[in-house]
Design a protein around this ligand. Sequence first.
Ligand SMILES: [Zn+2]
Length: 157
Amino acid sequence: MQRIPLSPAELMRLQSACAEGGGVPEPVAAGEAFRVRTSGGVALARACEDGTFALSPSAFAVLQKLRAAGAQPTGESAVKLAGELIIRDGRRCFYCDGEVRGEDAVVERLLSRARGGSDDLANLALACRPCAGAVCDRPIVQKVRFRDERRLRRSAA
Ligand SMILES: [Zn+2]
C-alpha cells in the first residue's frame, strides 16, 4: 500500500478511472474510500488518520497514469523551461510565493494538457512540489482560488 495525499477531486477521478474499462465497484469496508475489482487486482483507497490515502498497487498504478497524462512537463524540456521561468518570474512558487529550489521546483501547466493546455511559456509557471501536488490538474479557476488561499495564509503567518 502506498500512502499518498489526494484532494477530494483527485480521489473521485481516481475512483472513476479505476472503474473504467470494466472495473466492478465492490462494497467498501470501514475507512475505505472506494474498492473496485479490476483485471489487475482490487483497486482500493483507504483513508489514513493523517489525511493521506493508502492505495493498493493497482490503484497506485492507475494514479500514476492519471498524473502522467495531466501533469507537468518532465525531463530535459522541464529543465530548460524552468530556466526560462526563473528569468521571467524569479525563483518563486506561483501559488504560495515561497522560494523554490532545485529538486523542489516543478514546471506547472496552468491549463493542464488533459484540458488542452500547451507547453507555451504563457501557460507555464514555476511551483513548489507541495503546491503542484495539491492542485494536480484541477480547473484553472480552482487553481487561482488555491493561490489566493495560500498567499492569504502566508501573509497571515
Ligand atoms: Zn508553493
